[in-house]
Ligand binder design. Structure first.
Ligand code: EPZ
Length: 461
């Protein structure tokens, strides 16, 4: 990335000042096996919420193993806009929220990063007032925040939504939230995290029932407890939080990214490769490993934090239903659809978490897959091979699924929409290159010329 402007906080190309940065595309030449060891980065969905958790503390918070992602850069911009001091040194982030200058988060940033809405819990807990723009929907669904709002109201907050802004304040009780018994209609990850943070500094005990059990929720609870919070039961569907008056400094390491690890497991499986992955927490990957084994792909624990995936000659068909953790993660559904597209037999994918998360099927069909979608069900008929073509990623995991497909497809696959990929993967293309993949990131114009030349050569014949 020489010659490009690098943002000091994220270590990523500075999209604001380098207009051509997100007009890059990936060119992938398939049919090459991968080998070696890949280092798994810190978890995006944990790092983001830990950054909001640091708002609960008026001391120094050091967060280690923070991945270099566009979303992390955006969250840092949200926190800075609130007056929080934030500094990055490699994969370490120092956050100091001693002085908020405002309780109002910037509209243009929050609407681009849904996870920043979860900060409403921490801001309200610290200041007794918060104005948070609604995050709005995205490619995969409407993504309402009603469960977040209802939980805060149960803890004594008054919440009005006007002009797309969620205005919350705590009347009385010196602006301090009160503990409450809250039942979540569905085990929302974000709502569990927002309310767990709010309850950390509340007056009294809060019980969250039907809470989300994702590893990232547990990581947030451990992070808050490392600052002196009293949270028990994280990882189960009942979390109890005994409010404390304030929190102290901490030095905490983010867990490895189970979805990045899962993505590399599918890349290895689709190229019939043997690969080592670490650091990982094998327990976090249980539903992913179980599905791979059902498809005939063996994954073994090489060491407590290291997995080895072994090549499978044939991929067997399998049915998938996405569910909240410990069910099969929706964030791995697209990558597995790619895998099942090359499996022997027919598979059914039922996406139950998000209402619009099967859009990658049509792009996979462009590569020669045979996938039919009806509502939230995808019917995948395995084909013998895929062939490269220009495709477009519609969201983060859909883009990753197209990269995995490109590794198996014959000829060249060109993938556009990298602004999605860079939101959630820390240098995926470079890591794949180091494992032997034929992949490169080029400027769109270069790829267009290459495609035009390639297709033109055909015509004269
Ligand atoms: C988190 O999103 C993750 N994002 C998502 O990862 C992940 O797909 C999702 O959890 C499910 O595992 C982050 O952690 C930043 P939810 P979140 O609230 O918290 C509905 C990725 O690819 N719902 O558990 O937004 C909602 O519409 C991203 O890394 C309500 O109806 O997910 C959805 O259908 C994508 N009302 C379902 O619940 C609410 O108030 C699950 O959403 C909240 C949610």
């Amino acid at each position: 990335m020489e010659g490009r402007l690098i943002n000091p906080v994220s270590g990523l190309p500075d999209t604001k000042n380098a207009p051509e940065a997100d007009s890059s595309v990936l060119r992938v030449w398939g049919g090459h096996s991968l080998r070696g060891h890949v280092k798994i980065s810190g978890a995006k969905n944990s790092a983001l919420v830990l950054m909001t958790g640091a708002l609960l503390c008026s001391g120094d918070c050091r967060i280690r193993n923070v991945p270099r992602l566009a979303d992390v850069e955006r969250m840092a911009q949200v926190l800075s806009a609130l007056g929080v001091k934030i500094h990055r040194d490699g994969e370490t982030l120092d956050v100091n929220a001693r002085e908020f200058t405002t309780s109002k988060a910037p509209y243009e940033l929050v609407t681009q990063l849904r996870a920043s809405f979860f900060a409403i819990g921490a801001i309200l807990a610290r200041l007794g007032v918060a104005q948070m723009p609604l995050p709005g929907g995205c490619a995969i669904g409407a993504r309402p925040v009603d469960l977040h709002v209802r939980g805060l109201q149960a803890m004594g907050a008054e919440v009005q939504i006007e002009h797309g802004i969620c205005n919350a304040h705590v009347p009385g009780n010196k602006g301090r939230l009160k503990g409450a018994k809250i039942y979540l209609d569905s085990p929302s990850v974000g709502a569990t995290e927002t309310l767990m943070m709010a309850a950390t500094l509340a007056d009294g005990e809060t019980i969250l029932d039907n809470a989300a059990r994702e590893p990232e929720v547990v990581d947030l609870a451990n992070f808050c407890n490392s600052m002196g919070a009293k949270i028990t039961g994280a990882g189960t569907s009942t979390i109890t939080i005994l409010g404390v008056s304030n929190l102290h400094s901490t030095d905490y390491e983010v867990i490895p990214d189970r979805i990045e690890a899962g993505t590399f497991l599918t890349a290895a499986a689709i190229t019939h490769s043997e690969l080592l992955l670490s650091p990982v927490v094998p327990e976090h990957l249980l539903p992913i490993i179980a599905k791979l084994q059902e498809m005939g792909v063996n994954v073994v624990e090489e060491a407590p934090n290291c997995l080895r995936v072994l090549p499978a000659a044939v991929l067997k068909a399998a049915d998938i239903q996405t569910l909240p953790h410990p069910g099969f993660p929706t964030d791995m559904q697209a990558q597995f659809m790619t895998l099942l597209a090359l499996a022997e037999g027919d598979s059914l994918i039922n996406e139950t978490v998000f209402e619009n998360r099967l859009r990658h099927a049509s792009e996979l069909n462009r590569l020669g897959a045979d996938i039919r979608v009806k509502g939230n069900i995808a019917f995948v008929r395995g084909v013998h091979s895929l062939s490269g073509a220009p495709v477009l990623g519609s969201d983060l995991r859909a883009s990753a699924a197209l990269v995995v497909a490109g590794l198996a497809a014959s000829g060249e696959t060109t993938i556009k929409g990298l602004q999605f990929l860079d939101r959630g993967y820390d240098r995926l293309d470079l890591k794949l290159q180091q494992l032997g993949a034929k992949i490169e990131r080029v400027r769109e114009v270069e790829a267009d010329i290459a495609i035009a030349t390639a297709t033109n050569t055909v015509q004269p014949a």
